[in-house]
Write a protein that binds this ligand. Structure first.
Ligand SMILES: C[S@@+](CC[C@H](N)C(=O)[O-])C[C@H]1O[C@@H](n2cnc3c(N)ncnc32)[C@H](O)[C@@H]1O
Length: 247
């Protein structure tokens, strides 16, 4: 997969994409990430990327020409089909389903906004979709791009060593993850649940299934409205609810 990021601050990306899992994925060639400095696509001596808003008001607006030029330049690479994404607080809130969906694409172009945002013609004629990190306003799109690219990269086959770990993750199948424990079996008097050291794999699977439901019921009951549960899971959930009310 190829990801191209159009930004005023390419150096902000040094670090997050040069460490750990993303670094390995890039090294193995599973993921290619390129950064484009928006100022390289300006046409004037001052490398101007912003201008005053028509109609007056506070702040500056990102000019359309450099953004169109930058995206069109990336799209000259015809080996990939491209999807253009604008990071914006007005976009669809990013979530795991979107990460899965975007991991199927060949090429993604992310536009990181700044100031008051981008000229509306960028929204209308250049991008395919707008994604938001949540209902809050950041100073620029870079941090949002880092988070979203990281979540997409984990969904690429071969990026993580163990495919099962992705499937069990929170949100992958709507529910939250189950609790994890490692050695020692007892720490400051707190013991690891006996079932996990019993060696009984069937019992461990059941315990984890139940804990996923319990976790979701306790922390994010809203997720249960859309979760597709098996008969066994529905029964477990009923038990969890009953135990709660009896308490
Ligand atoms: C200060 S914000 C502009 C906010 C804009 N005036 C608005 O209210 O919609 C500057 C840039 O930061 C990025 N940004 C801010 N909040 C974001 C969010 N929640 N998710 C994704 N990107 C965000 C966008 O690229 C945006 O163009």
């Amino acid at each position: 997969m190829r990801i191209d990021i159009i930004t005023l601050f390419p150096s902000m990306f040094r670090g997050p994409f040069d460490e750990s899992i993303i670094k390995r994925a890039r090294k193995k060639g599973i993921l290619e990430i390129n950064f484009h400095n928006l100022r390289d696509f300006t046409g004037d001596r001052h490398r101007t990327v912003d201008d005053l808003p028509y109609g007056g008001g506070a702040g500056m607006v990102m000019k359309p020409e450099p953004l169109f030029r930058a995206v069109e330049k990336v799209k000259e690479e015809k080996r990939f089909s491209w999807k253009v994404i604008l990071l914006s607080p007005q976009g669809q809130p990013f979530a795991q389903e979107k990460a899965k969906e975007l991991a199927q694409e060949e090429g993604l172009i992310f536009i990181c906004g700044h100031y008051e945002g981008v000229d509306e013609r960028v929204r209308e004629h250049l991008i395919d979709e707008e994604l938001s990190l949540g209902d809050f306003v950041l100073t620029g799109g870079e941090l949002a791009a880092m988070v979203i690219v990281d979540a997409i990269a984990r969904m690429l086959p071969e990026v993580l060593g163990c495919k099962d770990s992705v499937r069990e993750d929170s949100f992958y199948q709507t529910l939250l993850d189950y609790p994890h424990y490692t050695r020692p079996p007892e720490f400051r008097g707190w013991k690891v649940p006996g079932v996990l050291i019993s060696g009984n794999h069937q019992k461990i699977r059941e315990w984890r299934k139940k804990k996923k439901l319990e976790n979701t019921f306790k922390k994010r009951p809203d997720l249960l409205k859309t979760a597709k549960l098996s008969r066994e899971e529905e029964e477990m959930l009923e038990q969890i609810k009953r135990a709660r009310t009896e308490h």
